[in-house]
Each structure stands twice: as C-alpha cells, then as structure tokens.
Design a protein around this ligand. Sequence first.
Ligand SMILES: Cc1cc2nc3c(=O)[nH]c(=O)nc-3n(C[C@H](O)[C@H](O)[C@H](O)COP(=O)(O)O)c2cc1C
Length: 151
Amino acid sequence: MKALIIYDSVYGNTEKIARAVAEAIAPFGEVKVLRVGEVNPSELEPIDLLIVGSPTQGGKPTPAIQEFLSKIPANALKNINVASFDTRVKMFVAKLFGYAAGRIADSLKGKGGHLVAPPEGFIVKGNEGPLKEGELERAASWAKGILQSKK
Ligand SMILES: Cc1cc2nc3c(=O)[nH]c(=O)nc-3n(C[C@H](O)[C@H](O)[C@H](O)COP(=O)(O)O)c2cc1C
C-alpha cells in the first residue's frame, strides 16, 4: 500500500496531525508526507491512498491547497482511495463559515477519488494552536479507520 499525505500549515498544527496520521499508517505500507508545493499535482506518482489536510481559513482550505486541488487533472484520482482533514477552532462563528475538510473531500471526489472516511476536523485552541489535548491520538484512530474501509 502506497499512501501520500499532502498538507499545508501556517503555525505547524496541521503538520503535526499529518505526521500523526502518517505514523499510524506507516506499519501498513509506504507513506510519504509532503507539504503542498513539494509535489506537482499533474505528476502524482501511482498511489493507493491520498490524504489531504489543511488549516481552515475563512471556512476554506488555504489558497495553496485550493490551487493544488484545482490542478489535479480530471479523473486522475480514479481508483484511488481519498480522505481529508482540517484543523479548526471551536467557535460558533467558525461553524457559520463551514470547514476545509468537507470542501477538500468534495474536490477529491470530483477528480474521481473514492472517499474512504468522513472528512474530519481537529481542534486547535486558538489561531496559532496548540492542538487540543488528545487530538493527535484522535488523528491516529481516524487514520486506522481509513485503513479498514479502503478498497
Ligand atoms: C486568516 C485565518 C482565518 C481563519 N479562519 C478560520 C475559520 O473560518 N474557521 C476556523 O475554524 N478556524 C479559522 N482559523 C483558525 C485556523 O483554522 C487555525 O489557525 C489553524 O487550524 C492552525 O493550523 P496551522 O497551525 O496548521 O496553521 C483561521 C485562522 C487564520 C489565520
């Protein structure tokens, strides 16, 4: 099993989640973790699983993640398992804007990807973090759930 995790992160919290997800998957295959920008979306090497994670900014993924998603060629994710996560604050107003993970998942599905887990959000205690206690562990269990439901 070959997995690729693409993330963006301004203050490092989303990167920590990406690495916790990678660590949980690592015993089951080959996992690469790359910051968005380190990989050309039109030259994705053959993979079985693509996971994309972003901080939620204004209810959306970061501009770099949005650009990455838009540049994945049509149908390039056919037969590839996909999943998405974001980091977010727990505030009523944030809820009104929506979150990044669902939008990323829609985009990945739009490119033909097979969604293998519900889009998940991990909580930071303020814009710069830190992550709420227990979120790294929750990320690891979310990742294990992906492995169980992938094709
Ligand atoms: C410009 C900006 C906009 C943000 N907008 C939202 C938002 O709409 N909803 C939300 O839950 N959090 C929002 N946040 C908080 C971010 O989600 C938080 O900074 C991020 O999860 C931290 O992850 P990182 O350390 O990987 O950058 C915003 C933060 C910034 C800096």
